[in-house]
Design a protein around this ligand. Structure first.
Ligand code: GDP
Ligand code: MN
Length: 388
């Protein structure tokens, strides 16, 4: 789950990272009021959307007066901002952040990510900041510094100092960098984050370090124990299909293919997507209905998958342990009755109450293709698609 810049800034500030003073606004008038609260100009007005690259896209402006703040904010509210990261749909602006402008001497990059190879938190830093990490990795790969953190001891002072030296910092900046690094590391590990990024981390005119932009992502599966983080979710910034699905307890990720998938278990969902590809098809989505799925949840899964106009065939693949095949079958029948499914459906049921499940599908007289194995199901789905 992603959060807004201002939310990430408030979090890292709580852990000790210096950020510019600022305030959130939901209207142009409130933006002007925030500016006056901050004191003397200049101010920076920043569109709050779940994306970087806002500067280039026209979502950020330095303003010389509260009037100008109000005018620029007015031009942002209700608009859709298209950045390099948002894709063609863009993201809608409902909040802006107004900040005191900073006098910048140097922009640097700092990120904390999960390195899957070492299975550890890794710091990525560069003395060149302000541009996106993807571009940095292509254009200035030599400037990237990587450092892996040992989970047994955490981020230790000498390691943080070493990174500060490598970034070319000196004097009081070294101590400040140690504070910034330890704060980010604490925020990352204590809040179940999957990413913390400060880009740019700047050196101000007075020579101090300051986080000018911040981005954080969190492990969705850990949100149950982080209610304060879960509360920061902004569904207006998410893919509407994924947001609706998550509200119904479904793990859904939209993809580009045309075979809609309704599966139980993330592992089986991945395997099914592989089998579809092997059979020459393209999955339209990843969808895990989870354990103990009720007929209603199965029906909702159909609704979610069918909301994607590209879907031409639906493949239901259930290996029931905690789930019950009779409930799944009832859910499939319910989907036909409530939504009106008018594309081919292939169902493969296996495991708990499989006999009952098959009976329900048979007795329903619905035009459902059944399959015994995963491979057969994937092939049937791809065949059904090619016969359209
Ligand atoms: P992003 O484009 O979405 O990553 O948004 P950022 O917050 O990173 O801002 C983009 C760029 O705007 C930064 O890299 C800075 O160069 C510039 N910028 C942002 N805030 C200020 C500021 O207070 N003063 C100055 N001079 N430039 C700023
Ligand atoms: Mn940025």
């Amino acid at each position: 789950m992603n959060i807004h810049e201002y939310q990430a800034k408030e979090i890292i500030a709580r852990f000790g990272v210096p950020i510019p003073a600022g305030g959130l606004a939901w209207s142009p008038e409130q933006a002007a009021y925030r500016a006056r609260e901050l004191g003397d100009p200049p101010y920076v007005v920043k569109a709050q959307i779940h994306s970087g690259g806002r500067g280039e896209a026209g979502g950020i402006k330095i303003c010389k007066s509260d009037d100008e703040v109000q005018r620029f904010a007015k031009s942002l509210f209700g608009k859709t901002l298209h950045t390099k990261q948002t894709g063609s749909q863009g993201k809608d602006i409902y909040r802006v952040w107004v900040e005191e402008a900073t006098d910048i001497t140097k922009e640097m990059y700092l990120g904390f990510v999960l390195d899957r190879k070492s299975e550890r938190i890794m710091i990525v830093a560069s003395r060149e900041g302000g541009i996106e990490i993807e571009e940095l990795a292509v254009e200035q790969p030599d400037t990237l510094i990587r450092m892996v953190i040992d989970p047994a001891v955490g981020l230790v002072d000498y390691q943080a100092r070493e990174l500060a030296f490598k970034l070319g910092l000196d004097g009081m900046q070294i101590g400040q960098m140690v504070t910034v690094l330890k704060a980010c590391h604490s925020a990352y590990s204590e809040l179940d984050a999957t990413m913390v990024e400060i880009n740019p981390l700047v050196i101000t005119g007075k020579g101090n370090l300051l986080a000018l932009d911040a981005k954080m992502s969190f492990d969705t599966n850990a949100l149950y124990r982080r209610p304060e983080i879960a509360a920061l979710r902004d569904a207006s910034q998410e893919d509407p299909r994924e947001a609706t699905a998550s509200n119904h307890g479904l793990a859904y990720v939209g993809l580009d293919g045309d075979i809609g998938c309704i599966i139980n278990g993330a592992g089986l969902a991945m395997a099914t997507m592989d089998m579809i590809k092997l059979a020459g098809g393209e999955p339209a989505n990843f969808l895990d209905i989870g354990g103990g799925a009720s007929p209603e949840r199965v029906c909702q899964a159909f609704r979610t998958v069918l909301s994607d106009q590209n879907v031409k065939v639906i493949l239901v693949n259930i290996f029931a342990g905690i789930n019950r095949c009779d409930w799944i079958a009832n859910g499939v029948v319910q989907a036909y009755q409530e939504i009106g499914v008018n594309i081919p459906v292939v169902v493969r049921l296996s495991g708990t109450n499989v006999i009952e499940g098959r009976h329900i599908l048979q007795a329903s007289d619905l035009p459902i293709t059944t399959a015994e194995t995963l491979a057969e199901a994937a092939r049937s789905a791809v065949d059904a698609k090619s016969q359209l």
